[in-house]
Design a protein around this ligand. Structure first.
Ligand SMILES: [Ca+2]
Ligand SMILES: [Ca+2]
Length: 270
């Protein structure tokens, strides 16, 4: 537990009376007149400490005074991050939050401030449903999703290989090789990748399938070899399987391809 953020009187043994507001309130009026809030810089989406309204890495009486100034002094600057000032985490910023800070500092019977509390390391707001997004944990891209088959068959004109296509230009170039022209199926390369395998066989008793893709970038490919007499050789083929991998632009390249030979029967291919 990191207690360095706590201001003076954080140790209960050092706290004074249970209800100090009678002594503090008159002082606040004077301090509000004498204290003009400066700027408190809290970048949105960053870890924060609840109650550190003036952003000086300590929660003490100055934060309550700062907040009261923001609330009641004409011309005071707005709060940079409301989550920091929402000391009681009720989704609003008002005088009750200043009271919560003072209670935390001076009332031994008061509950701790909600997380991320001054008694904990800086963190994110555990109640991101409130109106303040600045203290919420940033939402990253969605994890890689499933494989959606775009095309499969046995007559590709592309050279044998494992392909990873990450842009419209790469995709169009591959499609020209594969199909000899035409417009490739639309793919959203802001989020997705295209994976293709192409392999030629001396007859038509084989097919290949992109079976799975792991978030670490491992692509599992199955090559099916059809056992006689289920599949007598018919003609040379260049089999292919082309899939779009949703939300895979975040997967570090290069991908690895692991092929497994499968003897199976009967036809047709998967
Ligand atoms: Ca502070
Ligand atoms: Ca509040």
């Amino acid at each position: 537990m990191d207690s360095s953020i706590i201001g003076r009187n954080s140790d209960p043994r050092c706290r004074r009376s249970a209800n100090p507001f009678g002594r503090i309130a008159p002082l606040l009026g004077i301090l509000l007149v004498l204290t003009s809030p400066g700027s408190a810089a809290h970048a949105g989406g960053n870890p924060f400490t609840r109650g550190d309204v003036n952003a000086d890495a300590s929660v003490d009486i100055a934060d309550a005074i700062f907040l009261l100034g923001v609330l009641f002094l004409p011309g005071a600057p707005p709060i940079a991050c409301e989550d920091v000032a929402d000391a009681n985490d009720d989704g609003t910023v008002n005088i009750a939050d200043a009271i919560s800070i003072l209670s935390f500092l001076f009332d031994p019977s008061a509950p701790p401030l909600p997380e991320p509390s001054p008694t904990s390391p800086p963190g994110y707001d555990p109640t991101p449903t409130d109106p303040f997004p600045c203290g919420d944990e940033p939402i990253g891209p969605p994890p890689p999703g499933g494989l959606i088959r775009l095309a499969a068959g046995n007559d590709s004109m592309a050279p044998d290989g494992d392909y990873v296509l990450a842009s419209d230009a790469e995709w169009s170039n591959f499609w020209n090789q594969h199909a000899g022209g035409g417009t490739p199926p639309p793919v959203d390369f802001t989020s997705d990748l295209v994976i293709a395998v192409v392999i030629g066989y001396f007859n038509g008793t084989h097919c290949s399938e992109i079976a799975s893709a792991s978030p670490s970038g491992d692509i599992q490919v199955r090559h099916y070899h059809w056992q006689l007499p289920c599949a007598p050789g018919i003609a040379p083929t260049v089999v292919y399987d082309i899939v779009v991998w949703e939300n895979a632009q975040q997967v570090p390249l290069p991908l690895t391809f692991d092929a497994t030979d499968v003897d199976t029967c009967p036809l047709p291919c998967p």
